[in-house]
Design a protein around this ligand. Structure first.
Ligand SMILES: NC(=O)c1ccc[n+]([C@@H]2O[C@H](COP(=O)([O-])OP(=O)(O)OC[C@H]3O[C@@H](n4cnc5c(N)ncnc54)[C@H](O)[C@@H]3O)[C@@H](O)[C@H]2O)c1
Length: 281
């Protein structure tokens, strides 16, 4: 059944790559009109041409650009039914390996995209959805808000805030027919994740080989918990569709059981000093 969101109009931020791109394809396959909003113009335009979506340049940290993308959806297709606030970055320009060395400009850079960017999207989606008494707003949080220490501090802080925005907005918008939910993925094979794992370097005595795990060669077996972006796109499709019409304020964790199983081993080794977060700077 490939028509679960037929006739709906969706805006996907961060839609040029990774989870966003997989979701653009999924939404198009299920009959939605889709606007890709991203800062990677050539990739976004290529994906739009491939899928029949529409691309618009949009830096989510700039409220005016998010407002314009929402208005574009309404002017082009008449309404906005699905807003997927998915754009995110893993670190700013000066990532630090310790809270004691946290660079405030780095924190601000991450919050500008991951928190303000999501707030912009939720705000402007609500602006056009509330009058129609209908809509589904989705955000992308992360397993980082469940397993502290699984990412650099600014990222973890930002993803806690994404859950907060989601639940806070859901509590109000439920009275206006608009649902707000988030998805918390664990390790998904995308560019942002690759950048993270490159920064997760074993210390000399480490028993783990994350590169080997990533490529599926012998080493620590993280493969059970590594997902393709399509897994998250499926979750987004569910939350976008009327099948989830009674679901709001929910954090849909899609982690391949990482939180319950593999994470225990990874973070035990981090705690024991066999694995540590380091930065390239
Ligand atoms: N990959 C994972 O393991 C993982 C796990 C948990 C959460 N997430 C979250 O999933 C979301 C998507 O990440 P991904 O894994 O697909 O990574 P990705 O790097 O493949 O995609 C992120 C997209 O966001 C875009 N983007 C970045 N800054 C932007 C801005 N200011 N304005 C507009 N677009 C911007 C990028 O150009 C890119 O297309 C992010 O919010 C990320 O934090 C990813």
């Amino acid at each position: 059944m490939l028509s679960r969101i037929k006739g709906k109009v969706a805006l996907v931020t961060g839609g040029a790559s990774g989870i966003g791109a997989a979701t653009v394809k999924k939404f198009r396959a299920h009959g939605a009109e889709v606007i890709i909003a991203d800062v990677q113009d050539s990739r976004g335009e290529a994906l739009a041409a491939e899928t029949g979506a529409h691309y618009t340049h949009c830096d989510v940290s700039q409220e005016s650009q998010v407002a314009a993308a929402v208005d574009l959806a309404v002017s082009k297709f008449g309404s906005l039914g699905i807003m997927f606030n998915n754009a995110g970055i893993i670190s700013g320009p000066k990532p630090a390996d310790s809270i004691a060395r946290l660079d405030m400009s780095d924190l601000d850079a991450v919050l500008a995209v991951n928190v303000r960017g999501v707030a912009h999207g939720v705000k402007h989606a609500a602006r056009v959805m509330v009058p129609r008494n209908s809509g589904s707003i989705i955000t992308t949080a992360s397993i980082a808000h469940i397993i502290s220490g699984s990412a650099l501090h600014p990222y973890t802080i930002s993803k806690h805030a994404v859950v907060g925005i989601t639940k806070s907005a859901a509590s109000e918008l439920a009275f206006h027919g608009v649902r707000v939910n988030c998805i918390s993925p664990a390790a998904v094979v995308t560019e942002i994740a690759t950048k993270f794992w490159e920064n997760l370097v074993p210390v000399a005595e480490a028993k783990l080989d994350m590169q080997a795990a990533f490529s599926g060669k012998p080493g620590f077996d993280l493969r059970r918990a590594l997902m393709e972006p399509e897994e998250i796109a499926e979750a987004a499709l569910f939350l976008a569709s009327d099948e989830s019409r009674f679901v709001s304020g929910h954090d849909l964790v899609v982690d391949g059981s990482l939180a319950g199983t593999a994470a225990f081993n990874i973070f035990k080794d981090i705690q024991q000093g066999q694995l540590r977060l380091v930065t390239k700077n």
